[in-house]
Design a protein around this ligand. Sequence first.
Ligand code: FA5
Length: 350
Amino acid sequence: MDEKIIKLKEELESKLASVSDLGELDKIRVAYLGKKGSITALLKGMKGLSHEEKKAFGADVNKLKAYAGEKIEECISALKQKEIEREIKSMPQFDITAPADIDRGSYHPITLVQRQCEAIFKSMGFNVEDYSEIVTDYECFESLNIPKHHPARDMQDTYYLENGQLLKSQTSAAQNAILKKYGKNLIENGVPIKAIFPGRCFRNEATDACHENTFFQMEGVMVDKDISISNLIFFMKTMLSEVFQKDIKVRLRPGFFPFVEPGFELDISCLICGGTGCPSCKHSGWLELCPCGMIHPNVLKEGGIDPEKYTGFAFGLGLTRLAMMKYGIKDIRDLNSGSLKVLSQFTDDE
Ligand code: FA5
């Protein structure tokens, strides 16, 4: 190999060995491989050589050119890598395996009981449905056998929008839609309607230890041939014993709701005071928890179901009150307080 080529190669290698930044490296690249660079100059200087010499010399210069290009690329990668490492070192160091130094969130007690109830009813073959918080007068009242100006409307004042819609005062507002949604499968295929639909309800009423203007209910319906009050009582008993995991005192008394006949109030003995009376149970020892009853024939008819052939039950569980009883929360207002001190005490105990 020509002396000049060997010398240029050694010179380039020593420069690349000591280069420390990308700017300097680019200058070296231009100095060797640029239009006026030393390797390009070698090729240009071949004019005076014989054909044979040109062939051998030219091949060696091209080898050097390829070698120089390769070495410069390697150097670029190495310098870029060093740059990244330098940047990483200059950044604050974190130990990603160290325990987080933050307060962990917790589920709201109502979410906990809601999930538990959903799991219980799902295991008994019920579908879980979600429904809008803004509904029409038809959904909330008329489809439920409560025509306009019916005195039963006085029991549930709510908040009205300018367009005539309202914030639902009861999860029963979804009953008509659920009957229509599942009714076809019942009539055509004999599949019973079994659905629960938890949701937030609103009422324009004064608050106290057991009343809020915003609270949660969970509605349930079952419709099939020959559904009776015994079925209703079985599902209510199963749900309560699963939720509380202990014997609790329950009473069933007649209750009036225009959308059920007969209708019942299902109360539980207050678990805050043990039934002796306290503000949480309005000093009665009992807490109204889950009104229920056999769906009124007019409501079935309005949902497209023949009341001569089918019967069903419905219930409206007070989820917020259930959370109070399950977790021993004396004042319902704590649940909407947003106070982490109160709410973070509850954990999923499943
Ligand atoms: C109803 O809302 C009926 N829709 C329930 C129903 C469904 C009856 C299906 C028959 C068949 P009531 O207004 O009683 O009923 O409310 C039901 C439950 O919601 C009450 O027992 C109570 O646990 C809870 N609840 C009602 N109002 C409030 C309130 N202001 N604050 C907290 N919980 C309430």
